[in-house]
Design a protein around this ligand. Structure first.
Ligand SMILES: O=c1ccn([C@@H]2O[C@H](COP(=O)(O)OP(=O)(O)O[C@H]3O[C@H](CO)[C@@H](O)[C@H](O)[C@H]3O)[C@@H](O)[C@H]2O)c(=O)[nH]1
Ligand SMILES: [Mn+2]
Length: 762
């Protein structure tokens, strides 16, 4: 008889066929198609505006098809970590954990330190974990903070284990929100908790002091390697901050600091470059078959996550089901009702769960467990033989690597770079053999060249293996390549959430982040790694391709969005129309579409416990993003294609101190990105005023009454003003809450130019 422990599954998968959602999805599609049919049949009776509206609506319909296809079969998973311990506690696989940080000013070390501490404290045997921190800022302050953090962690980790603390990032644990949540009321607990709190305050104070006065760092001998280094010009630094020498399961996991070599004029490929260095150095030191990576501001919020991920990796009979396991990005302390539309709750709930029901979620850059061998370019077992088909998706002419372990030494060196030691470790990883224990400090010396600038020259790093280069969203393209090799992936949304990050707290940071994403996504669309090629020539499933297209075309959506937003003003100024009369039967189609769509999206918010205010804020931010972030993303990609400028990765500012006053109120800066939305806002009252003044009752011939501006266009104008309301407030407000005068002038000029052009056209 089968052992019951081994016959019970480690996870279950449920599909959620929501009939009402599907009926509504299809109703909206039907209405959109009616609109298109109506347009087509009335095209010849109308002019330019009508035709432009037709083009925009065709695009909206296409987007809706992609949307429905993506969210049609959402799935959920549940894991059973207690069964994991019964089955394989002794043989739990090792996991290498990567944290990236790039700038001690934008990313204060105390934030990074909290993320690292929370990772060191997860509920997993400490001898199976190693934490690697990549510091692209080459900052002695970050290194010092980590050293201090490891001292703190020596007491903190046992404390968390002893009292089964749920929130293991000390800043969160000791913040008012969480400290009350502990159930242990014993005196001993209270005393220890108080002691830990004092120690944490001491740690924050030390880091704070060193931040304010860098001369405090000069005296320390362990920081000598940082002397004569500049941020963008320094040799590799690899330092073992803490080694779990005796491999104690209840000790503290290894902690290693890495700052890869940087030289001026030597492209470093931003985060993707850092991730590849982490992958190689960890490959030499610990070579765990699984790798978890998080951004520096994403502390663990659920100590079970590694076990949960292992349930998903080990619990399936087909390894191809789990190329990677992605936990969604969730945020803490976000402002009420998501005023900046960057908390992505709806997005996680409907779209990403939808991805999960096709070939799996895309890789989101943080909170993700990867199989090392998938990152090394291997295909899942069953399709390895067909992998050759893939090669044409790639730049290099050589057949695509089916890295099942039977590659020659020469091939391996060519692919992975010129290091015998690393080549052997890669071979071990690909063959899934066990690693020999290493002396970390010795290996750290040997690993230096792997973190050098020139190591990747003429290798496959960034093109065929590792994190992919050439896109500001290295995450999505890296995940796409994994899907293209035939892996399926898993989305897991545990309760409590796995990680809690901080969403950008200000208007400009949010918009710049969104711009980077749309830039990176479009870069993928226009590259040889586009999902279209990956479907035609490799193993990306068709519906997964459509889902990817939905995601990566956000930048392109800016054009129809912008045109459609200009149409009402254009029509009002030229006394024409782009919408049917409300009295016409066709008017009802538009009215129905508008009503059903808005109620449908509102329902999505209410269903998962969000407010109608949250719905409106998100709707509004979509319109604002469309004509600012998405538009500028598109422009930067066009400039890149024309060879005029390169795209860059602008690091998002992280902020721990949320100033409550006016939290979530839109803020501005002098960036030109705010010009288009300001112009759109100014245009609406201008158009209305022109309409009032210019329209003579005598001129309303029968033809004009039929074709002139109607109620629909006026309603659109009002709706647009409501959408751009934060900008209306920004016109009158001061300092960071106000739109800078030069931006207002530029927008006013553009408004006048637009009005003038309309007048000439009419
Ligand atoms: O040259 C660089 C630039 C960034 N980073 C790190 O990359 C991470 C993400 O950067 P951030 O500015 O926080 O970007 P976000 O927009 O918040 O991040 C999302 O989008 C990125 C892709 O655009 C992904 O890489 C991230 O994982 C994902 O969370 C941070 O830990 C940075 O320290 C580096 O290590 N080196
Ligand atoms: Mn971030």
């Amino acid at each position: 008889m089968a052992d019951p422990v081994f016959s019970t599954p480690l996870y279950s998968k449920f599909s959620d066929k929501n009939i009402i959602n599907r009926v509504l999805d299809v109703t909206i599609l039907f209405l959109l198609l009616l609109v298109l049919v109506y347009r087509l049949f009335s095209l010849n009776k109308h002019g330019f505006a009508w035709f432009l509206a037709f083009l925009c609506e065709s695009w909206f319909t296409f987007m809706w098809v992609l949307t429905i296809s993506t969210k049609w079969n959402p799935v959920d998973y549940e894991t059973y970590p207690e069964r994991l311990s019964q089955r394989v506690e002794e043989e739990l696989p090792p996991v290498d954990v990567f944290v990236t940080t790039a700038d001690p000013t934008l990313e204060p070390p105390l934030i990074t330190v909290n993320t690292v501490i929370s990772l060191l404290a997860v509920d997993y045997p400490a001898d199976k974990l190693a934490c690697y921190v990549s510091d692209d800022g080459c900052s002695p302050l970050t290194f010092y903070s980590l050293v201090e953090a490891s001292k703190f962690a020596k007491n903190w980790v046992p404390f968390c284990r002893k009292y089964n603390v749920q929130v293991r990032a000390p800043s969160m644990y000791f913040s008012n929100e969480f400290s009350s949540s502990s159930s242990d009321g014993s005196l001993e607990f209270k005393q220890e908790c108080k002691k830990m709190k004092d120690e944490y305050e001491e740690l924050s104070r030390k880091i704070d002091d060193a931040t304010k006065d860098s001369s405090l760092l000069n005296l320390r001998s362990d920081l000598a390697v940082f002397s004569n280094t500049e941020r963008r010009n320094h040799p590799s630094i690899i330092k073992v901050v803490w080694e779990n020498k005796e491999s104690l399961p209840d000790g503290l996991p290894h902690l290693i600091y890495i700052s890869r070599e940087k030289r001026p004029n030597h492209p470093h490929n931003y985060k993707a470059g850092a991730m590849n260095v982490l992958t190689r150095v960890s490959g030499l030191l610990t070579n765990a078959p699984y790798m978890l990576n998080v951004d520096c501001d994403m502390p663990v919020n659920n100590p079970q996550i590694v076990r949960q991920a292992m349930c998903l990796f080990l619990g399936s009979s087909h390894e191809s089901d789990s190329g990677f396991v992605q936990f969604p990005q969730t945020f803490y302390g976000g402002s009420k009702d998501d005023p900046l539309g960057n908390q992505f709750l709806i997005w996680n709930q409907y779209m990403i769960r939808g991805f999960a029901g096709i070939q799996g979620p895309f890789y989101g850059g943080t909170g993700c467990f990867h199989r090392r061998k998938a990152i090394y370019g291997s295909c899942p077992n069953d399709i390895a033989n067909q992998a050759r088909n893939l090669h044409s998706v790639h730049v290099n002419e050589r057949p695509f690597l089916s890295l099942s372990g039977d590659l020659s030494e020469k091939d391996l060196l060519k692919i992975f770079g010129n290091s015998m030691e690393f080549m052997k470790s890669a071979d071990t990883a690909l063959k899934e053999k066990n690693n020999d224990a290493q002396n970390l400090s010795v290996m750290a010396e040997e690993a230096m060249p792997l973190a050098g600038c020139d190591y990747e020259n003429v290798t496959s790093w960034g093109t065929e293996i590792g994190w992919q280069y050439g896109s500001a969203t290295e995450d999505v393209v890296t995940g796409l390549m994994i899907h293209a090799r035939g892996w399926r992936t898993i989305l897991y949304m545990p309760d409590p959430p796995a990680f809690l990050g901080c969403a950008p707290p200000y208007g400009p940071t949010t918009i710049i982040q969104m711009k980077r994403w749309t830039t990176g996504w479009l870069e993928i669309l226009f590259s040889e790694k586009s999902p279209i090629f990956a479907t035609l020539k490799a193993k990306l499933q068709l519906r997964e391709c459509l889902a990817y297209l939905y995601l990566i075309t956000w930048g392109a959506r800016s054009i129809p969005e912008l045109c459609y937003s200009l149409l009402p003003a254009y029509c009002i100024i030229t006394n024409s129309s782009f919408l049917p009369r409300v009295t016409e039967p066709a008017g009802c189609i538009y009215l129905a579409l508008f009503t059903v769509y808005n109620l449908y999206t509102l329902r999505e918010y209410l269903l998962i416990g969000l407010s109608s205010r949250g719905w409106w804020n998100n709707h509004r931010m979509m319109r604002i993003n469309a004509v600012s972030a998405w538009l500028f993303g598109l422009i930067s990609v066009v400039l890149k294609i024309l060879g005029i400028s390169e795209t860059v990765f602008e690091v998002t500012q992280k902020d721990s101190s949320n100033d409550e006053e006016d939290a979530g109120r839109f803020t501005f800066n002098a960036s030109p990105i705010f010009v288009p939305p300001t112009t759109l806002l100014l245009l609406q009252p201008s158009a209305l005023a022109i309409n009032l003044v210019a329209r003579q009752p005598s001129s309303s011939s029968l033809k004009e009454a039929e074709h002139g501006t109607g109620f629909g266009e006026l309603l659109c104008c009002v709706w647009l003003v409501m959408c751009f309301w934060p900008f209306a407030r920004g016109l009158l407000a001061k300092e960071k809450y106000g739109i800078p005068l030069p931006t207002i002038f530029k927008s006013a000029f553009l408004t006048l130019a637009f009005v003038h052009l309309c007048k000439r056209a009419s």
